[in-house]
Design a protein around this ligand. Structure first.
Ligand code: NAD
Length: 258
């Protein structure tokens, strides 16, 4: 039996690390060709080299519309089409709202909201031109459903992603483009290692104590892994999910209220 995404082409922004890397690896296992679009050129190239000819790395800062458009054009030029787009690039910092400068706030909005908007728009245009529909999946977060102390700036961006995705789902349904979001809980990635360090420093804990503190909030009893998110992303790209659009799907081990 052919792999479920054989002959399909995907872009994963922020695909060089963490959840994005998990999505790239899963798409390859499912038979798709993939573009890793990331500012971390070295990591992106190394990952692409390790996965073979079906994977290409393109250096792209998602906050720059010209770079995003060129990256989508290069994807279609090289692989011939675009079916799936995972707009995943983003970052978090641990900082109270009182300590957040206007510059930090704007940078967070730029990467986490504008970056996803620009990527989603460029991907949708390519899919509309192609005329065969497509699937767009945007990275929100549990923090987009529920405000969390010391990541208020981040929560604001992730809530915006949910609303933007719902609006896009309505706008592009007539083109058979589905738009959904994922809202993970705690997933083991380099981004979360940084957050664990910040929490540890702020609360005088070791990294392992901070890890355990967060793990104890998860009824399922473990942190999530990039593969947990990638499995849902892969399924959302199948025809079994054909009637699912404008939704956000959590992978969080029953952690509430996220
Ligand atoms: N890890 C979690 O627990 C978690 C939970 C909820 C939501 N998320 C979201 O999932 C996404 C991925 O998170 P992760 O933990 O895998 O992070 P990560 O730091 O491991 O990977 C993020 C990748 O995005 C890239 N990137 C950052 N800014 C970019 C830009 N301007 N242009 C292009 N690429 C850029 C980085 O170089 C990196 O390769 C983020 O949007 C994050 O907010 C993560």
């Amino acid at each position: 039996m052919a792999a479920r995404h054989e002959g399909r082409v995907a872009i994963v922004t922020g695909g060089a690390s963490g959840i994005g890397k998990g999505c790239v690896e899963r798409y390859v296992a499912d038979g798709a060709s993939v573009v890793i679009a990331d500012i971390a050129t070295e990591n992106a190239n190394a990952l692409a080299d390790s996965l073979g000819d079906k994977v290409r790395a393109i250096t792209c800062d998602v906050t720059d519309e010209a770079q995003v458009t060129a990256m989508v054009d290069e994807t279609v030029g090289h692989f011939g089409r675009l079916d799936f787009m995972v707009n995943n690039a983003g970052f978090v910092i641990w900082r109270s709202l009182l300590d957040t400068s206007a510059e930090t706030w704007r940078n967070m909005m730029d990467v986490n909201i504008t970056g996803i908007f620009l990527s989603m728009k460029a991907g949708a245009k390519a899919m509309i031109d192609q005329g065969e529909g497509g699937v767009i999946i945007n990275a929100s977060s549990g923090g987009g459903r529920h405000g969390v102390a010391n990541v208020g700036h981040y929560c604001a961006t992730k809530a915006a992603i949910i609303m933007m995705s719902q609006a896009a789902a309505g706008e592009w349904a007539s083109h058979k483009i589905r738009v959904n979001c994922y809202t993970p809980g705690h997933i083991e990635t380099p981004m979360m290692e940084g957050l664990l360090k910040d929490i540890g420093d702020a609360q005088s804990m070791t990294r392992d104590e901070a890890y355990k503190m967060l793990e104890d909030t998860v009824p399922w009893g473990r942190w999530g892994k990039p593969e947990d998110v990638a499995a849902t992303v892969s399924w959302l790209c199948t025809n079994d999910a054909e009637y699912i659009s404008g939704q956000c799907i959590a992978m969080n081990g029953a952690e509430l209220p996220w």
